[in-house]
Design a protein. Structure first.
Length: 139
């Protein structure tokens, strides 16, 4: 389900992330864990935003047998936010993965009426992630 390309030393629980992915889609998902420098470069190239970010999503064109898309996550942001909010790196990674996955599924928190945040909250609860992620997510 997930095709992982971990370009960092961040530990990734693929089984857990796969269980999240499989609850939302049957399609394959490319997950790239990368450095802050690389995600900044990708953000600049594809979005014309010259700064780093925590997660980027790139949906693929819908065709039979096509993957859902690619999710790129900054390991630096995972570690920094986990430390800042007092939870595990794996919890932060799961939250960012959920966020990216929902974007691949056409959710968009910048234009919807809270549907994406609500779906994130439901998934945080479903997968027994720390409730503090919901509070931060809605803030």
């Amino acid at each position: 389900m997930i095709e992982l390309d971990n370009r960092t030393s961040l530990e990734v629980d693929e089984l857990f992330l796969n269980s999240i992915a499989e609850s939302l889609s049957e399609k394959e998902i490319e997950l790239i864990i990368t450095s802050n420098e690389e995600i900044k470069s990708i953000n600049k190239e594809y979005r014309d935003i010259d700064k780093d970010t925590d997660v980027l999503s790139f949906p693929y064109e819908e065709m039979p047998m096509s993957p859902l898309g690619s999710i790129v996550i900054s390991s630096w942001h995972v570690e920094a936010k986990a430390k800042e909010f007092g939870h595990q790196n794996s919890d932060e990674l799961a939250l960012l993965f959920i966020h990216g996955l929902l974007h691949l599924l056409s959710f968009d928190h910048e234009v919807d009426d809270g549907e994406m945040r609500e779906k994130e909250s439901q998934l945080i609860e479903k997968f027994n992630l720390p409730k503090s992620l919901i509070v931060r997510n809605n803030g």
